[in-house]
Design a protein. Structure first.
Length: 317
């Protein structure tokens, strides 16, 4: 897995697998919705509507399913922010609109829109406090007005509301959700997670996909959190054994190398930035001394500023 957008990569790796998607949805959708879904029809789609610059904060997965009387979609948003996003309704309206618009363009003979059930899975540090219904964030209590305003409700799964023991699903789903729940924890909370992680990995040791899943877990943890690698190594070795230790050492070495490459790249970019700032300072001095006309100054300054902006953006990536 790429270390960029670690939350997004981990979620996509785990829950784009049909068995884990089914496990998540069966256990966390309300019964009133789940009872109308034929989960054997579940199909994971490759569409995404999250802007590239928001993938550190959100992931989305879309599933096509058969409902009792029609075909439809489940749209799952993972909110990776450490605190509650008050604009979540606007995000969801935008994504659902994009999806419907895409489907209408694909079928010019459409008469009715397909149902899309939206579900938000939140794993921030603080409990979710925003209403799930759109009308509850519209600034009026007049029913005559609310009757004609856009309204809908999303399903919320706030992992902070669950103890580790209450998290349900297959062992892989449970492990993934427990890690997501604790990824923003302080050191004390993280130590509690390590004990739970050791237990779950031990139960998974005979799973055919355990080493691939372990690689995804370690890549995510090393990418998203500063942890004591010795503690992780001990847990992996105790729960999975020698093969687990080999995976750990491979991922750790890869992470160290990528960190060194990133460090060198950052150093090169910072060096370029320093050089360009020096050139701009020299231009300023020449202009102030009357050595350059206004036109000459602006023509020379503009490309330097553009390059500086691009380098600063690259440094933030």
């Amino acid at each position: 897995m790429d270390v960029k957008n670690p939350h997004n990569n981990f979620v996509e790796y785990v829950f784009s697998q049909p068995e884990e998607a089914k496990s998540l949805l069966e256990n966390y959708l309300p019964d009133s919705i789940a009872e109308h879904i034929d989960f054997s029809s579940l199909e994971v789609l490759k569409d995404t509507f999250i802007d590239e610059d928001l993938k550190d904060y959100y992931s989305d997965l879309i599933f096509r399913v058969n409902f009792a009387d029609t075909k439809g979609y489940l749209y799952l948003i993972f909110d990776h922010k450490s605190s509650v996003d008050k604009k979540i309704h606007l995000q969801l309206i935008n994504y659902v609109h994009q999806f419907w618009n895409k489907k209408c363009l694909e079928n010019s003979k459409w008469q009715k829109l397909t149902p899309i059930i939206t579900m938000v899975l939140y794993h921030g540090q603080y409990s979710w406090t925003r209403p799930t219904r759109l009308r509850d964030v519209i600034d009026t209590e007049l029913e005559d007005l609310l009757k004609y305003t856009l309204d809908y409700e999303y399903i919320l799964v706030d992992l902070s509301k669950y103890s580790d023991e209450e998290i349900k699903g297959t062992l892989i789903t449970q492990t993934a959700l427990v890690i997501l729940k604790h990824i923003f924890d302080n050191n004390l909370g993280w130590n509690d997670l390590l004990l739970k992680l050791e237990e779950l990995l031990f139960l998974l040791r005979d799973n055919a996909n355990v080493l691939d899943f372990l690689r995804a877990i370690l890549t995510y943890i090393f990418s998203a959190k500063t942890v004591a690698s010795d503690s992780m190594k001990e847990i992996v070795e105790k729960s999975i054994g020698f093969k687990g230790k080999e995976v750990f050492m491979t991922v750790k070495e890869q992470w160290i190398q990528e960190g060194e490459i990133k460090g060198r790249k950052e150093g090169e970019i910072k060096g370029e930035i320093k050089g360009i700032k020096g050139e701009i300072a020299m231009l300023d001095q020449l202009y102030k001394k009357g050595k350059l006309t206004e036109q000459e100054y602006q023509e020379m300054l503009l490309p330097l500023k553009q390059k500086l902006d691009n380098l600063n953006k690259e440094l933030k990536e």
